[in-house]
Structures are given as structure tokens and as C-alpha cells.
Design a protein around this ligand. Structure first.
Ligand code: HEC
Ligand code: HEC
Length: 294
């Protein structure tokens, strides 16, 4: 509201009240041309309709005066006269801000209560899981999928298979600091025959010791790969080197995908979220993710 409209609003409002007062005063005086109060006036309508010169009923007049007094009181206490904010300094915006502050406080208290519990409990608490799921939708689903099912290069977080470990501390660390998987490229370091041996071994690693044709790849594996993936091919969670003996694949377990992985390497990157999320939010997310495991 500009200053001018402020004054205009205040002026019109006050004028209305004054007009009401004037109306009472004007109608309470007896017109000198009329007959005395209580007498019948001279005019006749519709043959026999006549009018008594009666004053306004007292109760009606009182009600009118009460409304005027109320209006004046209201204008003093609440905002209504242009820019004047009223004795109470009340405003819809102020009320909204107060309600918002209360809501935020209630939320914070609830969040504090929910996240005070260990992550293992958060994983089974439906209220906490709902909040975690919302956060997951906003921050994680773009890469890991709406149901955390993952995609090529983006690990499934809803299974029991972990690159970096599935205990609460490891999951919190993955989210907070991020992860950088480094599988070095072997394009110039291995012969075509060696690559073929490795694909045969890794593509279908048997339970127990590899034998026959598959065993041919074991010596190259021990030299080139075991440092990260382990002698038995079961991986190393400290490096995020996947277990190559199971049926879970990050980049694919067909010959072509494995070949691509060996020749060109892989650099999966999980971005750090320490600057995007509070500790409480990360706890909720870790609980949500861990609660997805079958
Ligand atoms: C930009 C894509 C991207 C986003 C966003 C992202 N991640 Fe990841 N995340 C990855 C990739 C890629 C990896 C695997 C890193 C690797 O290959 O070493 C990963 C790994 C992880 C791991 C480790 C999995 C394991 O098996 O140990 C966890 C846990 C995880 N992410 C949780 C989350 C959560 C929770 C969020 C949301 C806050 C999130 N990620 C957001 C790409 C992403
Ligand atoms: C420097 C450590 C390191 C060495 C050496 C290494 N890898 Fe890896 N490898 C990794 C890491 C880490 C990943 C996961 C990459 C990612 O998360 O993006 C990986 C991924 C893979 C994958 C993909 C698995 C999947 O689930 O899709 C295959 C296959 C693989 N390595 C095979 C090999 C073979 C064969 C060798 C030896 C020639 C080898 N690696 C040597 C660290 C290593």
C-alpha cells in the first residue's frame, strides 16, 4: 500500500464512521414541519394508509451506537486505518510467521527425537523411514533409482551386496564423504590371450578352486588383479573392489562388459554429500537404505 492509498483508506473509513454519527443525530431531531412526536402525520397513501411520527426504537438506536463504538475500538486496536498498525501490532503476516516458527520447532523436535536413535533402529522406524525416503527421492534417486535398485555403474542399495561395506558406519561414510572407485585400465599391459583367460575366469568364477581352462587365468589374476580384488576374487571393501565371484555386477557380467572393464578401467564416483545434507539427514538416509536390504 502506498502512502497515498494508506491515507485514502484511513480517510474513507473515518468518514464512514462520522457519517453514521451524523445519521443518528439527523434522524433524532424532529422536523419542524412535522406534527409532534406520537401524532399521526397528515399524508395519506392508498386511501387509508397513514404514518405515525414515532422516534426510532431505543434498542435499535443502542445497537447502532454499540456498533459505532465497536468500530472505533477496533480501529484503535487492530490495523484498519491505512498504515496505522494498531495498538496490538497484530498482522496476518506476523501470525503466519509465528505459526511457521512453531511448525519448524515442532519439526526440529521430532527430527531430534527420531535421529537420537541408533541407525539400526531408524532402519525399522516407519516415521523415520518415510522422511528418509523423501530425502532419497530428492538427493539419490537420480543416480540410484527411485527404489534404490541401481543401474549400470550405479550400485543397487536395496540388496545385501556392498562395495564399501553394509554396516551403518560404512554407509554413513559413503554418503558423507562420497566414494571413488578406481579400476585401472589394462589396455597396454595384457596380451589378447591373457585378457581372454581373465574373462573366462572372472565371467563365471566357480565355487571352490577354478580348474581346467579357468585355472589358466589364475596366474595373471594373481599378478595383476589380486592386489585389489583378493587372491580368491572376493573383492576388498577398503578399496571398493567388487567381489568377482558372485552374480552381482556393477557394469555387467557378459564377456563384452568384462572386456571393456579390463581394457579401459572403471571410475565410479559417488559424490560427497557433507555440504548438502545435515548429519541428521544423512542418518535418516543411512537408516532408510539399510532398511531396504532383504
Ligand atoms: C551422481 C550420482 C550419485 C548420486 C547423486 C548418489 N550416488 Fe551413491 N553412488 C554413486 C556411485 C557411482 C556409487 C559407486 C561408487 C563406486 O563405483 O565406487 C555410489 C555408491 C554409493 C554407496 C556405497 C554402496 C556400496 O555398495 O557400498 C552408498 C551407500 C550410496 N551411494 C548412497 C547414496 C545416497 C544415500 C545418496 C543420496 C544422498 C547417493 N548415494 C547419491 C552415485 C551417486
Ligand atoms: C587398483 C585396484 C584394482 C586392480 C589392480 C584391478 N581392479 Fe578390477 N576393480 C577395481 C575397482 C575399485 C572396481 C570398481 C570400479 C568402480 O566402482 O567403478 C573394479 C571393477 C572390476 C570389474 C567390474 C565388476 C562389476 O561388478 O561390474 C571387473 C570385472 C574387474 N574389476 C576385473 C579386474 C581384473 C580382471 C583385474 C586384473 C586385470 C582387475 N580388475 C584389476 C579395482 C581394481
Amino acid at each position: 500500500m502506498t502512502a497515498a492509498t494508506g491515507w485514502l483508506v484511513a480517510g474513507v473509513t473515518l468518514l464512514n464512521i462520522v457519517a453514521c454519527l451524523w445519521l443518528i443525530w439527523a434522524t433524532s431531531r424532529n422536523n419542524p414541519n412535522d406534527v409532534a412526536e406520537g401524532e399521526i402525520k397528515a399524508d395519506v397513501w392508498d386511501d387509508d394508509l397513514r404514518e405515525l411520527n414515532n422516534p426510532l426504537p431505543r434498542w435499535w438506536l443502542n445497537l447502532f451506537i454499540i456498533t459505532i463504538v465497536f468500530a472505533v475500538g477496533y480501529m484503535v486496536v487492530f490495523p484498519g486505518l491505512g498504515h496505522y498498525t494498531g495498538v496490538l501490532d497484530w498482522s496476518t503476516r506476523g501470525e503466519m510467521e509465528q505459526q511457521l516458527a512453531e511448525l519448524t520447532e515442532r519439526r526440529t523436535r521430532k527430527l531430534d527425537a527420531l535421529t537420537a536413535a541408533p541407525i539400526a533402529d531408524i532402519a525399522t522406524n516407519p516415521d523415520a523411514r518415510r522422511l528418509g525416503q523423501e530425502l532419497f527421492g530428492s538427493y539419490c534417486a537420480g543416480c540410484h533409482g527411485a527404489n534404490a535398485e541401481g543401474a549400470r555403474g550405479y550400485p543397487n542399495l536395496a540388496d545385501d551386496d556392498w562395495l564399501y561395506g553394509g554396516d551403518p558406519e560404512a554407509v554413513v561414510a559413503s554418503i558423507t564423504r562420497g566414494r571413488q572407485g578406481v579400476m585401472t585400465p589394462f589396455l597396454s599391459q595384457l596380451s589378447e590371450a591373457q585378457v581372454a583367460q581373465l574373462i573366462a575366469l572372472v565371467g563365471d568364477w566357480p565355487e571352490g578352486a577354478p580348474r581346467g581352462q579357468q585355472a589358466e587365468g589364475l596366474s595373471v589374476f594373481a599378478q595383476r588383479c589380486a592386489a585389489c580384488h583378493g587372491q580368491d576374487g572376493r573383492g576388498n571393501q577398503a578399496l571398493g573392489a567388487p567381489d568377482l565371484t558372485d552374480d552381482t555386477w556393477l557394469y555387467g557380467g557378459d564377456d563384452a562388459s568384462i572386456r571393456e572393464t579390463i581394457l579401459f578401467g572403471r571410475q565410479g564416483k559417488m559424490p560427497a554429500h557433507a555440504d548438502l545434507l545435515s548429519e541428521q539427514e544423512i542418518k535418516l538416509l543411512a537408516g532408510y537404505v539399510l532398511g531396504l536390504a532383504p
